[in-house]
Design a binder for this molecule. Structure first.
Ligand code: BGC
Length: 520
C-alpha cells in the first residue's frame, strides 16, 4: 500500500493485480475439507459415547451404571469415566504434539506435503476406528486422527492465507471456522441417523470420518504449492510462474517482490521462539496466550463434545438427546454466518462483548434451571417444559459463542503479530487451544460430577472475566492492514508503553486519528 508516497514492505495488498482464479477456488475447497475433518471429530464422539451398544462393548462399567435398575446414585455422575473421556480428548493431545512436527514439515517440504500427510494419517485413523474391536484400537485410532488434525490445522490455514488474494484473506480465515461448524453439524446428523440402526451404528459414525479424509488427501495431491513455499525452498522462478497462474495475470511484480522481501526478512529472524519473548512483543504474546485459553474456558466444547451425553444426563431419551445435538449444531452454523457478515463492519470488540454478555446470561440461567430440578443430590428429572427451556437457553448460548469467541478466537491471534514472529505466534495459539480443548474434554464429566449445576456458573464466571478483559485490553483491529498493526498497540492506553517508537515503522505516515478510538 502506498502511504504518503512511500511503499510499505508487504502491505501492498490493495495494489496487487489479482483475479479470483480456479486455483483460489480449489484452495477454498481444500480449506473446507480441512475444517470438515476438524469439525466432524468434534461432533462425532459425544453421539457415539451416548450409544448403548458402543458403551456395552467398550465401556461396560459406564453402561452398567447407567442401566442399573432403581439406581439412586447421583445423576450428575452417570458418565464419569476417565477412559471414556480419554476417547474424546486423546485426539487433542495428539494434535497438539503433531502441530509442532507439522510446522517443521511445512517449512522444509512445503504446505502440500503436510496436507497430504494430514489427510492420509487421518484416513488410517478413521479406518482403525471403524474396524475397532477393543478400546486400544479405538484410542490408537483417535490418536492418529489427532495427528491428522495437527497437520491439517497447521498447514491448511497457512496455505490459504498464502494462496488467497489479500482482499479475500479475512473471509477465507473465517471460512475455515464455517467449515468446522458444518463438520460438527454433519457429524450430529450422522449420529442421529446411525443411532437408529439396529447394530453397529457407532461403527458407521466413526468410519464415515474417512469421507472428508479422502476428499482432503486427493485435494492436497492435486494442488500446487504456494509461491511463498517455493521461494522458501529456493525455487524462485517456479514461484513467479505460480504467482502468475494463481493471480490470473502476468503483472505480479509488486506482489512477487514483496514475497521475496518477506522471505528475506523472515530468514533474518534466526530464533523466532526467543524473539517472541522480547518486551516489545509482550502485548501480542499475552493476548495470543489468553485468547485460546479463554475460548475454551467458555465451556463451548461441553456442548460440542458432550451435548448428547449432557442431555441424556438430564434425563432426555436417546433420540431426543441426539436431536438436541442436531439443533445446537444447526444454530452453530447459522450464527457463524452472522460473524462473517458483520466482523469487518462492526468490528471484533462489539462481537466479543455482545457474545460474552449473551453467554453469561444463558450460563447463569442454565445452571439455575438444572439446579432447581436436580439440586445438589442429583436426583430428579426434567419435565418437558423445563427440558425445552434448557435446550432453548443452550441454543442462545451457542449462538453467542458462534459469532464471537468461535471465529474471533482464531482470527484475532492470526492478525496481531508482525511478520517476523507471526508463524511462531500462530503455533502458540494453536497449541494452547489444543491443550485446553484436551483439558476440558478430559475433565468435563468429572467436573460435572463434582461441581454439579455449579459447573455452569463456573464457566459463566470465566466469561465475565474474559469480557471485562476484552473491554479493557483487546484493541480493535477491524480494517487495520496487518503490517500496520503496531500502531494500534502503540495507541493503546495500557499496551502502548511496551511498543518502542521505532517499532511503529513506516506507518507513522498514517493519520493517527484513525486508530484513536480503540484505547479502551
Ligand atoms: C473451537 C472449537 C469448537 C468450535 C465450535 C472452534 O472455534 O476452537 O473448540 O468446538 O469452535 O464451533
Amino acid at each position: 500500500m502506498a502511504v504518503g508516497g512511500i511503499e510499505i514492505g508487504s502491505g501492498n495488498g490493495a495494489n496487487y493485480e489479482a483475479r479470483v482464479t480456479p486455483f483460489v477456488v480449489i484452495a477454498c475447497l481444500v480449506a473446507a475439507s480441512g475444517g470438515l475433518i476438524f469439525g466432524y471429530d468434534i461432533g462425532i464422539s459425544g453421539g457415539v459415547t451416548s450409544m448403548d451398544e458402543f458403551l456395552q462393548k467398550f465401556f461396560p462399567k459406564v453402561y452398567a451404571k447407567h442401566h442399573s435398575p432403581g439406581r439412586i446414585y447421583n445423576q450428575y455422575c452417570t458418565f464419569e469415566n476417565h477412559l471414556l473421556t480419554l476417547f474424546t480428548s486423546s485426539l487433542y493431545l495428539a494434535a497438539l504434539i503433531a502441530s509442532f512436527f507439522a510446522s517443521a514439515t511445512t517449512r522444509a517440504f512445503g504446505r502440500k506435503i503436510s496436507m497430504t500427510i494430514g489427510g492420509l494419517v487421518f484416513l488410517i485413523g478413521a479406518i482403525l476406528n471403524g474396524a475397532a474391536v477393543n478400546v486400544e484400537m479405538l484410542i490408537i485410532g483417535r490418536i492418529l486422527l489427532g495427528v491428522g488434525i495437527g497437520y491439517g490445522n497447521q498447514s491448511v490455514p497457512v496455505y490459504l492465507s498464502e494462496m488467497a488474494p489479500p482482499k479475500l484473506r479475512g473471509a477465507l480465515n473465517m471460512g475455515f471456522q464455517m467449515a468446522t461448524t458444518i463438520g460438527i453439524f454433519a457429524a450430529n446428523l450422522v449420529n442421529y441417523g446411525t443411532a437408529k440402526m439396529k447394530h453397529e451404528g457407532w461403527r458407521v459414525s466413526l468410519a464415515l470420518a474417512a469421507v472428508p479424509a479422502v476428499i482432503m488427501t486427493i485435494g492436497a495431491l492435486c494442488l500446487p504449492d504456494t509461491p511463498n513455499s517455493l521461494i522458501e525452498r529456493g525455487k524462485k522462478e517456479a514461484a513467479r510462474e505460480m504467482l502468475q497462474k494463481i493471480r490470473g495475470t502476468a503483472n505480479v511484480d509488486l506482489e512477487y517482490s514483496d514475497l521475496l522481501e518477506a522471505s528475506e526478512s523472515s530468514k533474518r529472524v534466526e530464533r523466532p521462539w526467543k524473539q517472541i519473548t522480547e518486551r516489545k512483543y509482550r502485548p501480542q504474546l499475552i493476548i495470543t496466550c489468553l485468547i485460546p485459553f479463554f475460548q475454551q474456558i467458555t465451556g463451548i466444547n461441553v456442548i460440542m463434545f458432550y451435548a448428547p451425553v449432557l442431555f441424556k444426563t438430564l434425563g432426555f431419551g436417546n433420540e431426543a438427546s441426539l436431536m438436541s445435538a442436531v439443533v445446537t449444531g444447526l444454530v452453530n452454523v447459522f450464527a457463524t454466518l452472522v460473524s462473517i457478515f458483520t466482523v469487518d463492519k462492526f468490528g471484533r470488540r462489539i462481537l466479543f462483548l455482545e457474545g460474552g454478555i449473551q453467554m453469561i446470561i444463558c450460563q447463569i440461567a442454565v445452571g439455575s434451571v438444572i439446579g432447581s430440578v436436580f439440586g445438589v443430590s442429583g436426583e430428579g428429572s426434567f419435565s418437558k417444559g423445563m427440558g425445552n427451556l434448557t435446550l432453548g437457553l443452550i441454543c442462545v448460548y451457542v449462538a453467542g459463542f458462534a459469532w464471537s469467541w468461535g471465529p474471533l478466537g482464531w482470527l484475532v491471534p492470526s492478525e496481531i503479530f508482525p511478520l517476523e514472529i507471526r508463524s511462531a505466534g500462530q503455533s502458540v495459539n494453536v497449541s494452547i487451544n489444543m491443550f485446553f480443548t484436551f483439558i476440558i474434554g478430559q475433565l468435563f464429566l468429572t467436573m460435572l460430577c463434582h461441581m454439579k449445576f455449579g459447573l455452569f456458573y463456573f464457566f459463566g464466571a470465566w466469561v465475565v472475566v474474559m469480557t471485562v478483559f476484552v473491554y479493557f485490553f483487546v484493541p480493535e483491529t477491524k480494517n487495520v492492514p496487518i503490517e500496520e498493526m503496531n500502531r494500534v498497540w502503540k495507541a493503546h492506553w495500557f499496551w502502548g508503553k511496551y511498543i518502542p517508537d521505532d517499532a511503529v515503522g513506516l506507518d507513522h505516515h498514517l493519520p493517527s486519528t484513525s486508530y484513536n478510538n480503540q484505547n479502551v
